[in-house]
Write a protein that binds this ligand. Structure first.
Ligand code: FES
Ligand code: FES
Length: 155
């Protein structure tokens, strides 16, 4: 039996330590060990984007990432956005533009948009569409999601 791994990382702004099995997936670690259920599971194949979280400001599919890979990293889940003073601007833009219906895909979309705007604060329409092609939504038809992102680029 392989020994467990000790991790030190930052999760939603808080310093954390944890012990995990080497084969623990990040999505299971977040949803079960950390009880952060905003990270959604759907395809389990790095296709739908529902499980997207940020690791060092980059979007990763937590369904195909090992928890061991966050050692030393800064991790952000949807629970890390917004706070008592209000929603994160990306969350607010989605709300203002009716860019969600059932909401299942929304945490993954919002974190992907956070990563995009962190890397490129003024993406073109084409760059937004290209960046979000790894996030699938069965409800909105995408136009309102793109409108929400463009409102943050060109208010
Ligand atoms: S559940 Fe991870 S990409 Fe779909
Ligand atoms: S809002 Fe329902 S899947 Fe996107």
């Amino acid at each position: 039996m392989t020994a467990s791994l000790d991790l030190t990382f930052t999760l939603n702004g808080d310093a954390k330590t944890a012990r995990v099995a080497p084969n623990t997936l990040l999505i299971d670690f977040l949803r079960e060990a950390c009880q952060l259920r905003g990270t959604k599971r759907s395809c389990d194949m790095q296709i739908c984007g529902a499980c997207t979280v940020l690791v060092d400001d980059r979007p990763v599919s937590s369904c195909t990432t090992l928890a061991a890979d966050i050692d030393g990293a800064v991790v952000t889940t949807i629970e890390g956005l917004g706070g008592p003073d209000g929603l994160d601007p990306v969350q607010q833009a989605f709300l203002d533009h009716n860019a969600l219906q059932c909401g299942f895909c929304t945490p993954g979309f919002i974190l992907s948009v956070k990563a995009l705007l962190h890397a490129n604060p003024a993406p073109s329409h084409e760059e937004i569409v290209e960046h979000l092609n790894g996030n699938l939504c069965r409800c909105t038809g995408y136009h309102k999601i793109i409108d929400a992102v463009e409102s943050l680029v060109r208010p």
